[in-house]
Design a protein around this ligand. Structure first.
Ligand SMILES: Cc1cc2nc3c(=O)[nH]c(=O)nc-3n(C[C@H](O)[C@H](O)[C@H](O)COP(=O)(O)OP(=O)(O)OC[C@H]3O[C@@H](n4cnc5c(N)ncnc54)[C@H](O)[C@@H]3O)c2cc1C
Length: 279
């Protein structure tokens, strides 16, 4: 783990969608899917990002354009450098989901919007280890976005089921729409999810109804990333060290899940206000 920012050079910039770009760094980082790194732009800020690409001697992040920080990141070019600390936090457990479930069915990965960035390396690991277990040898992947131009990794994961709200690609609707039907057909043994919190609430309710083990990656405002400042606290859970990945049993204890989050100034606001970008 790197505790002070280390400078990494950008080797490649990949346009992923109208809203997102990936930045690939040359270097080695000891990372488990679900963990995050802090990306530092000198004289501006430092923010958390999931590692969305990972290999022996490279890693990458996928950044959605939102406010001031991500606008600056989107201007960064091949050959520029960024400061990086981490990785931090709890990873997805690739085994735990199947330990208490007798189903032989596949695992299912449900991603919404930029949440797919936190799931991409997990999907690759599930495919490699064959823990996913669908007929095609990997997990069943469902991705949802508002519109076609916001979908991620379509050539990287060709076997995804796609849902768009405007029907411009895949099926029209929400990523959670097919879950009950798919459960009837596949009998999932485990679920992994990351995306807008309203979407994850629906996945959580689905998992509880069907008694499927679930792990979800949550987003709260992270500053120190090492459990000291308390900024990312969610009902006493420090998301930066106790999360961002939590299981369904923990989610069930979080009153704020799907309802409240804290801004940069610690004010507690509704999730909708938090996500508007008023942090
Ligand atoms: C564990 C974790 C992993 C993340 N992974 C990714 C990723 O892979 N790709 C990606 O595009 N985004 C990711 N994010 C969100 C990302 O850190 C911020 O959304 C992004 O920095 C937006 O900042 P901004 O300054 O451009 O926009 P702003 O307008 O400042 O913020 C927009 C919204 O982003 C969120 N946000 C801003 N700063 C932070 C922060 N320090 N910590 C948490 N949330 C924040 C808030 O919801 C805020 O309202 C992740 C967040 C967390 C907590």
């Amino acid at each position: 783990m790197i505790l002070e920012p280390e400078i990494f050079k950008i080797e490649e910039v990949i346009p992923e969608s109208t809203q997102a770009k990936s930045f690939i760094f040359r270097g080695r980082i000891d990372y488990q899917p679900g963990q995050f790194i802090m990306v530092w732009v000198p004289r501006l800020d430092e923010k958390p990002f999931s590692i969305s690409y990972h290999g022996e001697d490279f890693f990458g992040i996928t950044v959605a354009l939102k406010g001031r920080f991500t606008q600056r990141l989107h201007q960064v070019k091949k050959g520029d450098s960024l400061g990086i600390r981490g990785p931090f936090g709890q990873a997805f457990n690739l085994q735990a989901c199947s330990e208490h479930n007798e189903s032989n069915g596949p695992t299912c990965v449900v991603g919404g919007g930029i949440g797919m960035a936190s799931l991409a390396v997990l999907i690759e690991r599930l495919k490699m280890s064959a823990l996913g277990g669908s007929a095609s040898g990997g997990p069943v992947i469902v991705q949802g976005a508002r519109t076609e131009s916001e979908l991620l990794y379509r050539t990287r994961f060709k076997d995804m089921m796609l849902y768009t709200e405007d029907g411009s690609a895949g099926r029209r609707g929400l990523v959670t729409d097919p879950l009950e039907d798919m459960q009837w057909r596949h009998g999932f043994k485990a679920l992994y999810t990351c995306g807008p919190e309203g979407m994850m609430v629906k996945v959580f309710e689905f998992a509880r109804r069907n008694r499927i083990p679930l792990q979800a990656s949550l987003e709260r405002y992270i500053k120190c990333a090492i459990g000291l400042c308390g900024q990312c606290s969610c009902n006493g859970l420090r998301l930066c060290i106790d999360g961002p990945v939590v299981n369904a049993e923990t989610l069930a204890t979080l009153e704020d899940f799907g309802r409240f989050a804290r801004l940069r100034n610690s004010q507690r606001v509704t999730i909708e206000e938090y996500l508007k970008g008023c942090a």
